[in-house]
Design a protein around this ligand. Structure first.
Ligand SMILES: CCCCCCCCCCCCC[C@H](O)CC(=O)SCCNC(=O)CCNC(=O)[C@H](O)C(C)(C)COP(=O)(O)OP(=O)(O)OC[C@H]1O[C@@H](n2cnc3c(N)ncnc32)[C@H](O)[C@@H]1OP(=O)(O)O
Ligand SMILES: NC(=O)c1ccc[n+]([C@@H]2O[C@H](COP(=O)([O-])OP(=O)(O)OC[C@H]3O[C@@H](n4cnc5c(N)ncnc54)[C@H](O)[C@@H]3O)[C@@H](O)[C@H]2O)c1
Length: 712
């Protein structure tokens, strides 16, 4: 899987051939080493060019091999191959088109020169797989760029565009033309010239002042951002090795660190996320529709109705994907403000026009409705859209909780109605839930999934139910957090446990950020709170279940969160972001407990995690059982890309498998026994059946799910 040919009489061109990304599989490694040896021993060869076949240079080591030690160990090791490349007595030029990532860039760093196409990008993204650059990258890159720039690239894993790579000195030259031809010409010009200085393994790292202080600070910084992930810290340690140790010692350190990471649960979880993200594109529905049998009609024009928080972001996301967008808003001041905000985000007009009239949506291929969360308002709009829009146009709602089927039934085209559930801010957040009802056609789902990809989203096809997948699972999580407050916890304790687990924000900080009033409005619509609701039932019970009115009481006090400067925390002013503990809240909780005869008890972080996360996971099993999500992988993609679940923990369903399904079941049983009035803690039957069938690995859960009624 490496092509070898001689061109221009003296240049050996070695081309890596392993579509689609030319990953360095065992067969590629074998081929590469043989080719390098052939070039070394052929007296006619005076220089070498290494390139990728059919475009991309190389996407790095073959990630599919990582889960299996015997795969990892078969074929020559990358370190050995790269040493042979660097040691070659003939100039070796990397010809980089497309991308050189991970092991791909490490190969290029072992070459004596690096030629890049002007549109190529390079990077060492191993950290996002829970790893570090383990084939010399952590040692060679700092020797080439200096510690600061190398550390930044390695710890963030960011892709660097060719222009920046040239400025950094990572690429030696750029071309707009044929990269291999340019590299061949350059290789010939370098034939016979000394190479010692071009071998990065021979070079010391450029000196850095106050090296110890620099790395201490780098470690603190990385720890602060890592949210419990081990890989970023190992990256810092490896780069410190490059700065302080001779090359071979540094390579030994890199190897030791890599072995620890590679066998860790975190790397397994991160790898799982890598494939889960991509797997979501291969959607299926139990009605038999599939990603590979459904043709999507292209969408080139869209209308967005309602230009509040969500509508603005959706407009930007659609415009950035190249669609021509008409944005509709009835409130004049909102329209003006939105126009300014959207233009700012798009840095100009960006193919967006504005109107106050719904008729402007007449020509659109797709309409996304993003008005207030009010069924009556949305029903009226869908009725109008059904007659205003051209035949074939898809009608989508961005509702986060309302019934898609009900909206579909207001139209004369229910098969073209769906939910496009964006997350705030819609132009930034990666997740898109594509929600279909029983009457939504497969072609509609296909078109939405294709559009999601164009917008750079991780799009997950889900079924219709209250809260769809993400918000449905969030409800029991939030509920347990409230119950914990009643029982003696503080928002600070709950948030600290969740943040230590790896969430960017605990549940109470998150709730302050999104606004407590949103949930309050939904609970009022559901009849759970509001005037007269508690007249005939206890304050802490609704429909026979335990209910915490804490959120409602907070809203009644005008504590909506950041927007009012007061919520579960205190803020310096409305809109400020820094959360401070609020003594008022402590007395409020004490009085509340006293009023309801609740005795505060000591609650530890383990209970917080188990109550909140197991309740969420339990609902995830129910979602699977109901067929609202097609797979546990889809649920995990939703949580990682939409709800801040830490990647190095794989997603809630993966986490459950890693903890052990029997342990999760046991935990739920224990807590349900202690809180029998909280049905979300009652283990669902799918979880019981999985445990009874020996807790199969996650990719086999669907076999146990089969046979269940599906709503998709
Ligand atoms: C006892 C224990 C012993 C332990 C020993 C430890 C020593 C081991 C030594 C190993 C040394 C390894 C050193 C090296 O530093 C490690 C690496 O290189 S890790 C890999 C780093 N590379 C990446 O992270 C890049 C990942 N890929 C991407 O970012 C993107 O795919 C892309 C390259 C930018 C292309 O993007 P797109 O064009 O959008 O395409 P897709 O993303 O949809 O991908 C298409 C298809 O390809 C699959 N794929 C992509 N990259 C890889 C890969 N590196 N390996 C395998 N497969 C890959 C991807 O999954 C898609 O397929 P699908 O999933 O859809 O079937
Ligand atoms: N805010 C979030 O975090 C979030 C996240 C996901 C989904 N959602 C959903 O997105 C939708 C919009 O939420 P938002 O937070 O952007 O609301 P918002 O209140 O910020 O904006 C709603 C906008 O719709 C406009 N509007 C009302 N009726 C209209 C009509 N008939 N025609 C045109 N415009 C009209 C209003 O003037 C307002 O500008 C809701 O359904 C909500 O549930 C919100």
């Amino acid at each position: 899987m490496a092509q070898y040919r001689i061109v221009s009489g003296s240049v050996a061109v070695i081309s890596i051939q392993n579509p689609p990304v030319n990953a360095l599989s065992a067969a590629v490694r074998e081929g590469l080493l043989l080719s390098v040896r052939a070039a070394a021993s052929d007296p006619l060869v005076r220089s070498v060019v290494i390139s990728g076949h059919n475009g991309p240079f190389c996407g790095g080591a073959d990630i599919k091999e990582f889960g299996n030690v015997s795969h990892l160990e078969s074929g020559p090791h990358l370190v050995e191959i790269f040493e042979s490349v660097e040691a070659l007595a003939k100039p070796v030029v990397a010809a980089i088109e497309g991308f050189a990532l991970g092991g791909g860039l490490e190969l290029a760093l072992a070459c004596h020169y690096r030629f890049g196409h002007s549109e190529a990008r390079v990077g060492l993204p191993e950290v996002s797989l829970g790893l570090l650059p383990g084939a010399g990258g952590s040692q060679r890159l700092p020797r080439l760029l200096g510690v600061r720039a190398a550390l930044d690239m390695i710890v963030t894993g960011r892709h660097v565009a060719a222009g920046e790579a040239l400025k950094l000195g990572l690429l030696d030259r750029l071309t707009d033309g044929n990269t291999v031809d340019a590299a061949v010409r350059f290789a010939q010009s370098a034939e016979g010239k000394p190479l010692d200085d071009r071998r990065l393994g021979n070079r010391p790292c450029p000196p850095l002042e106050n090296i110890d202080a620099f790395f201490e600070e780098a470690l603190i910084h990385a720890r602060g951002r890592a949210r419990g992930a081990a890989a970023p810290l190992a990256c810092v340690q490896a780069v410190r090795g490059a700065a302080t140790l001779p090359f071979l010692k540094g390579m030994e350190l890199e190897k030791r660190l890599m072995e620890t990471l590679m066998t860790s649960g975190q790397a397994q979880a991160s790898r799982y996320c890598f494939f889960t993200e991509r797997g979501a594109a291969r959607w299926t529905t139990p009605t038999g529709a599939r990603w590979d049998t459904c043709r999507a009609r292209p969408i080139s024009t869209a209308a967005v109705i309602g230009l509040g928080t969500m509508g603005r972001g959706i407009t930007v996301a659609l415009a950035r994907a190249g669609l021509s967008v008409v944005a509709v808003e009835t409130q004049e001041h909102q329209l003006d403000e939105a126009q300014r905000a959207v233009s700012r985000m798009l840095k100009g007009g960006g193919g967006v026009s504005y109107s106050a009239d719904l008729q402007a949506a007449a020509g659109a291929d797709l309409v996304v409705e993003a008005v207030f969360e009010d069924m009556a308002v949305k029903e009226e709009i869908f009725k109008q859209l059904s007659s205003v829009c051209k035949p074939g146009a898809l009608l989508a709602t961005n509702t986060s909780s309302l019934d898609i089927d009900r909206l579909a039934s207001c139209t004369l085209r229910p098969e073209q109605v769906l939910g496009l559930h964006f997350f705030a801010p819609a132009h930034v957040m990666r997740l898109l839930e594509v929600v279909s009802g029983p009457r939504t056609s497969p072609q509609t789902v296909a078109a939405a999934m294709q559009l999601g990809r164009r917008m750079g989203k991780v799009s997950v096809a889900v079924g219709n139910c209250p809260g769809f997948v993400g918000n449905r699972m969030l409800k029991p999580y939030l509920e347990q957090a409230y119950f914990l407050l009643e029982e003696g916890a503080s928002p600070e304790l709950v948030d600290a446990a969740l943040e230590e687990f790896g969430f960017p924000m605990g549940v109470f900080k998150m709730s302050d950020l999104s606004g407590l009033d949103i949930g309050w409005r939904v609970r009022k619509e559901e009849g759970l709170t509001g005037p007269g609701v508690t007249a005939d039932q206890p304050m802490r019970t609704r429909r026979g279940r335990r209910y915490s009115p804490l959120g409602d009481l907070m809203c009644e006090e005008g504590r909506y969160g950041q927007k009012t400067g007061r919520g579960w925390y205190l803020y310096d002013r409305p809109g400020a972001r820094v959360a401070r503990s609020d003594p008022w809240l402590r007395s409020f909780l004490e009085e509340y407990r006293e009023r309801h005869g609740l005795l505060a008890r000591r609650i530890d972080q383990q209970e917080v995690l188990e109550r909140c996360l197991y309740a969420l996971i339990n609902e995830g099993f129910r979602v699977l059982e109901d067929g609202v999500a097609a797979s546990p992988q889809n649920i995990d993609a939703i949580y990682v890309f939409g709800y801040g679940w830490p990647k190095h923990r794989g997603g809630p369903m993966f986490y459950a498998a890693q903890v052990g399904l029997a342990r999760v079941l046991e935990g739920l049983e224990k807590y349900h026994k202690a809180h029998p009035d909280s049905p979300h803690l009652q283990p669902c039957s799918l979880l019981r059946r999985l445990v009874a069938s020996g807790s199969p690995p996650i990719h086999k859960w669907s076999e146990v799910v089969k046979g269940h009624r599906s709503q998709l």
